[in-house]
Design a binder for this molecule. Structure first.
Ligand SMILES: [Zn+2]
Length: 151
């Protein structure tokens, strides 16, 4: 299934994290949304994000070493949506500049909010405004309240 996805992350403590060639950055405690895409299959890409042992390739690999995924949103779609989503989220959340956007012209593909509800609300609003079909997909652990009410 080709498409885009959003990883919703929690970082328990503010800390310095080395992000490959970007250098060492301070990441604040709080909540992050990372927007990505995989033309060869979003399920395979997302399951890779959950694997602990791997060769680090993307900026997000370094952050996932320290942060926990609490929600995954899968967006099956033919066209490349991730930059459109990134632009929408940038209007409402703090953008972590240059993170995840080496291959495009976006300011960044990682967004921050101090509060989980704030992050979740902005992500749902962006998806709703773009009128795309998406499925919330709960991370295995730790289990936190779902982003969307179960239907
Ligand atoms: Zn982009």
């Amino acid at each position: 299934m080709k498409g885009s996805y959003i990883l919703l992350l929690e970082l328990n403590e503010s800390q310095d994290i080395g992000v490959g060639r970007l250098g060492i950055w301070l990441f604040l405690k709080g909540f992050y949304a990372y927007v990505g895409s995989a033309l060869n299959g979003i399920e395979a890409r997302v399951s890779r994000h959950f694997r602990r042992k791997k060769k680090y390739h993307w900026h997000i690999d370094y952050l996932l070493d320290r942060a926990d995924i609490y929600e995954v949103v899968l967006i099956p779609i033919e066209e490349r949506l991730e930059c459109t989503l990134a632009r929408a989220l940038k209007e409402e959340l703090t953008c972590i500049r240059r993170f995840g956007s080496s291959d495009c012209r976006c300011s960044g593909h990682l967004f921050y909010a101090a509060e989980r509800n704030e992050l979740n609300t902005q992500v749902v609003d962006a998806l709703t405004n773009l009128a795309v079909t998406y499925s919330p997909h709960l991370a295995p652990a730790p289990r936190l309240p779902p982003l969307l009410p179960e239907s």
